[in-house]
Design a protein around this ligand. Sequence first.
Ligand code: NAD
Ligand code: WQD
Length: 354
Amino acid sequence: MSPAILVTGGAGYVGSHTVMTLLERSDNSEYEIVVVDNLTNAYRSDGEKKPEPLKRIEEMTGKNIHFYDIDIRDKEGLNRIFSSHNIECVIHFAALKAVGESVEKPLEYYQANISGTCTLFEAMRKYGVYKLVYSSSCTVYGEPEKLPLDEAHPTGRGLTSPYGKSKYFCEEIMKDLCRSDPKWMIISLRYFNPVGAHKSGRIGEDPSGLPNNLMPFISQVAVGRLKELLVFGNDYPTIDGTGVRDYIHVQDLAEGHVKAIKLFKQTEFSGFHAVNLGTGTGYSVLQMISAFEKASGKKIPYKIVARRAGDIAANYADVSLAHRLLGWRATRTLDDMCRDTWAWQRANPAGFRS
Ligand code: NAD
Ligand code: WQD
């Protein structure tokens, strides 16, 4: 059997771009790609076997993706996957990710993000698969004590949402796993704010309902799906008073995962490593609006409203460890992020349902 990479949540936003990158690059052609996704946040048209993003990736690359519509909490389902494929490593994206919703539904979030992750790890251990890339988040840092945020910054302090806590708890679980058995090789990638889309404009971010995040909200205003953007606060101690974040192109992020997998080939590599993936530069909400207006040629009407509960003024990453350890650096600019988001949104005004 050919070696395979198991991608949980591979039909979602970051997962689908990573699958695309894995299949596009010939140096990964030795691997089969196996995706497990329960489609809670991914779209499949009626009567189709595969979710729309994976169908499109297969069309673009001419390659096959093995797909399983299975919940990562389904132990028997995971056993079937691990016994049917020669899985060498796992990239674990599957999770619920809406910060606000997690406050309303903590049990659902802890179930999916923590129990699901433990069930996956049990299956990995059972089948002797110890290489893992985990989707973590800058949210584990809480309110920054200093900027830029490096990986030595304390984590878990003052986290307010069950979502954020679930990412922090999973990191603690992974540290314990690595202490318990030196066979584990875990890279926890702490994403800053992923935006953008594949340059083809055929896959991209497709939030269900009202977008929670800034970039999809702006692009839905630009395409006419939403009337205006609400800017949450202009009284932060930042360049123009609006919140500052480290936006990173999803293609750069996807390439970070490919680099992480390459590290597993080094025999001296083991244990738990947390690595920031960002650009190292922060942009304010107003800067994002103006960059998007330039890329799209559309006016983005907006209104300043009160701060959003739980928001911080600013964050951006120290990305030097990613460069040292993974040999990775983000190469795409803010203009690239806006151009590619717009190409996706314009071609797919209603997302994958278009
Ligand atoms: P997404 O919702 O687009 O993708 C997650 C995928 O996982 C979806 O396709 C969903 O159907 C699937 N899924 C959810 N629960 C599952 C379960 N129990 N079993 C099987 N599949 C399940 O989200 P995304 O933006 O691609 O995020 C991917 C990962 O990156 C998540 O772990 C998220 O927490 C993390 N992350 C995302 C961001 C961001 O802003 N997008 C930032 C930091 C970290
Ligand atoms: C960015 C800026 C808002 C929407 C979230 C999660 C975090 C991580 C990344 C997963 C802020 C402002 C937003 C809007 C606005 N995800 N904004 N109007 O809050 O940095 O992080 O996504 O791990 O955990 O919390 O991203 O895109 O929601 O907000 O003014 O309609 O845009 O206040 O300053 P955030 P965001």
